[in-house]
Design a protein around this ligand. Structure first.
Ligand code: ADP
Ligand code: MG
Length: 568
């Protein structure tokens, strides 16, 4: 049996082709989407999905999310005692999906079609393929996410040369692609995007709107900042989802033993999010320009990604294209369903071929710099992107910097690759020291030029015009991919990680949620949650499902009563 898998930055999903159609497979919690989150419990066991995502606020040091952003790099995170690369973490998510499918189908799942963003380069594709192998899957094919989405919409049954524009707004990334079939081959004619635009940014903007209203006195400053961020994020996420269904919705944070709440209307949200909505435009225009396709010749504009469910986004799209987009296939599911269509074709030896584009820069490249904090000081270690991810290559871009102290003798240029705002989260590629002429802070300018070519060669030129100084550094992208023996060794490491029995998923998820609530509340409510946790742990200790199941249902209802229904 070949399955189709959407391995997303925020959420992943798995589907199969059966009885002539693609069908999504639920996970152990009964959800079609599994958050791409991995956490390691105190006993060393691995937790995947919703429970792992809920542990983000309670156990940040043991939890990883959004690791797809680092796919293909050697960057690793330490969770518990073990270090994991993005490839390892993806393998853990994949094997959890595989287990879900095996339970659902009652037969072993051995092969998969896995989707990747159209702009993924060879290195990122190889890493994805290895993640599949690490999870014990034979990776029959990797296909581009937008082509998968187009397959879910039946592009293969249309006339040739009917271009589809795939508008994919996910949790943290925005991708626009134009896909076309020609001579039975699918081609991504153009791909553009914004790797820092997605549902999370809409949460941030909603927080900016709601926070002064729920807390005009600044009482929330007393809450631990990490916890407060997560409480605000959870409040924004449920408010935003509710706004997808209604004209207004509550935004509520429970902290310090009280509710801080306000009501947000759809039009307030739309006005506040206007700058984000504006950013949706440029990549669309760029993809049309790059492919030389006119809006009126597009056969379909299809919506993919959870964030396209926001009515304000749909309205923006309708205005942009002068027509209604097609969302006939559930936007959260389209990519996985399309992967299953390809898996179905593959099992009948009729898989469609694909031409892929790799002539874009796969990661953002930039340097470390300092940013004024607005209070007379500086924040150091902030990433300054020079060549943005997804830029067609060869590319050459220059950025300008100034000194931050008087008579600064030299400047250290540290070069990084990655997407994180703080350089610590990115991969360091090299550094360069350049002497400077004396001058007042801000008076000495430095030009940094990055040139990146198709062979992965990055050339850094630093120029100090006032002194006539130039320095140059060439960084070669050495593909240090582990060989097969390594894969076997890592598979053994991953296989040795404990997994809780599958029946336990619901219990884990509810305990993780309760722990998050416990940290969020104080006073009576906290005590109440504490009591429920203890009661439920006692029920678990009986190991008797006749006691555990009703106890869990009761626990769940009580938590819903306390913080509103869970949004996934
Ligand atoms: P990715 O491709 O990044 O893995 P998804 O396509 O699953 O992500 O999209 C996840 C995003 O979709 C999240 O930011 C989530 O808030 C958003 N989302 C999901 N459902 C809704 C909804 N009903 N209304 C608004 N946003 C939603
Ligand atoms: Mg996606």
């Amino acid at each position: 049996m070949i399955v189709g898998i959407d391995l997303g930055t925020t959420n992943s999903a798995i589907a199969i082709w059966r009885d002539g159609q693609a069908e999504l497979i639920p996970n152990a919690l009964g959800d079609m989407l599994t958050p791409s989150a991995v956490s390691i419990a105190a006993d060393g066991a691995v937790i995947v999905g919703l429970a792992a995502r809920d542990r983000q606020s309670t156990h940040p040091a043991d939890t990883a999310t959004a690791f797809k952003r680092y796919m293909g790099t050697q960057q690793s995170v330490k969770l518990g005692k073990t270090s994991f690369t993005a490839e390892d973490l993806s393998a853990i998510v994949l094997s959890s999906l595989k287990a879900d499918a095996e339970t659902f189908l009652g037969e072993p799942v051995t092969s998969a079609v896995i989707t990747v963003p159209a702009y993924f380069n060879d290195r990122q594709r190889k890493a994805t393929r290895r993640a599949g192998e690490l999870a014990g899957l034979k990776v029959e094919r990797l296909i581009n996410e937008p082509t998968a989405a187009a397959l879910a919409y039946g592009i293969q049954t249309r006339e040739e040369k009917e271009p589809f524009l795939v508008f994919d707004l996910g949790g943290g990334t925005f991708d626009v692609s134009i896909v076309e079939m020609f001579d039975g081959v699918m081609e991504v004619r153009a791909s553009a995007g914004d790797n820092r635009l997605g549902g999370e940014d809409f949460n941030e903007t909603l927080i900016d709107l709601a926070k002064p209203r729920i807390d005009p006195q600044g009482a929330l400053a007393k809450v631990d900042p990490v916890l407060l961020r997560e409480l605000l994020r959870v409040a924004a996420e449920s408010c935003r989802r509710a706004l997808s269904e209604a004209e207004e919705a509550p935004f509520t944070v429970t902290a310090l033993g009280q509710d801080f709440t306000t009501t947000i209307t759809s039009s307030e949200f739309e006005a506040q999010a206007a700058p984000l909505l504006t950013r949706l435009r440029e990549p669309v225009l760029r993809s049309l320009r790059d492919s030389d396709i006119r809006v009126d010749t597009l056969s379909e504009v299809i919506l993919v990604g959870g964030s396209t469910r926001m009515p304000i986004v749909r309205r923006t799209i309708t205005r942009m294209f002068g027509r209604f987009p097609n969302a006939a296939v559930h936007p959260d599911h389209a990519v996985a369903l399309g992967a299953a269509v390809q898996a179905g074709l593959k099992s009948r030896d009729a898989a469609l071929d694909e031409i892929r584009m790799t002539d874009v820069c796969p990661f953002t490249l930039g340097i470390d710099h300092s940013v004024a904090d607005g209070r007379g000081g500086f924040r150091h270690g902030i990433f300054s992107p020079i060549i943005e991810r997804n830029t067609p290559i060869p590319a050459s871009r220059v950025s300008y910097y100034q000194t931050i102290s008087d008579n600064q003798r030299s400047i250290d240029i540290h070069i990084y690759q990655g997407e994180a705002r703080e350089v610590l989260g990115n991969v360091k590629l090299g550094s360069l020291r350049v002497p400077l002429p004396s001058g007042k802070a801000g008076d000495v300018g430095v030009e940094v030029r990055f040139s990146y070519d198709t062979s992965g060669l990055l050339e850094v030129d630093v120029n100090v015009p006032r002194a006539g100084t130039q320095r140059n550094l060439v960084i070669v992208d050495d593909d240090d991919a582990p060989d097969q023996a390594d894969v076997a060794a890592r598979r053994a490491v991953l296989a040795a990680i404990k997994r809780h029995p599958r029946d336990d998923s619901h219990n884990q998820a509810i305990l993780a949620r309760a722990a998050r609530c416990y940290e969020g509340f104080i006073g009576d409510r906290r005590d109440m949650v504490g009591t429920w946790i203890a009661q439920f742990e006692a029920a678990l200790a009986t190991q008797d499902p006749r006691i555990i199941d009703p106890a869990r249902a009761q626990f769940d209802a009580a938590l819903n009563e306390l913080e509103g229904d869970r949004y996934l």
